[in-house]
Design a protein. Structure first.
Length: 117
């Protein structure tokens, strides 16, 4: 991207220098020459403004796409984390329920054996 910008700047400077030399060496009246130079410079300025606006728009779109991509990835990760948490919670509840049932059964067995003894 930087190299492309340098190339474009060099081309614009070279074109401006070539046009200025061509106009200065042409047999034309001073007033006409100044008008031609002013028109050419105005065209260059307009072209530079258009390139700058186009580049700014492209960068803005790229930034917006990057932000949206990060938001999407974040949302996906949060969703996956919630699934893992829910799964772990369910497993813990199942294990706790099983342990509670086994503890109750063991207590009942022990109570029965104490009463029968």
């Amino acid at each position: 991207m930087k190299d492309q910008g340098k190339i474009i700047a060099a081309l614009l400077i070279g074109a401006a220098a070539g046009a200025a030399l061509g106009l200065l060496l042409a047999p034309e009246k001073g007033e006409d020459l100044r008008g031609d130079i002013a028109d050419y410079v105005n065209d260059l300025v307009e072209s530079a403004k258009n390139k700058a606006q186009s580049t700014a728009d492209n960068l803005k779109e790229y930034g917006s796409n990057a932000v949206n991509s990060v938001k999407s990835k974040y949302s996906d990760l949060v969703g996956e984390a919630n699934k893992v948490v829910d799964s772990a919670r369910g497993t813990v509840e199942d294990v706790a329920s099983t342990a509670k049932s086994k503890a109750k059964a063991t207590a009942d067995d022990w109570n029965n054996s104490v009463q029968n003894a």
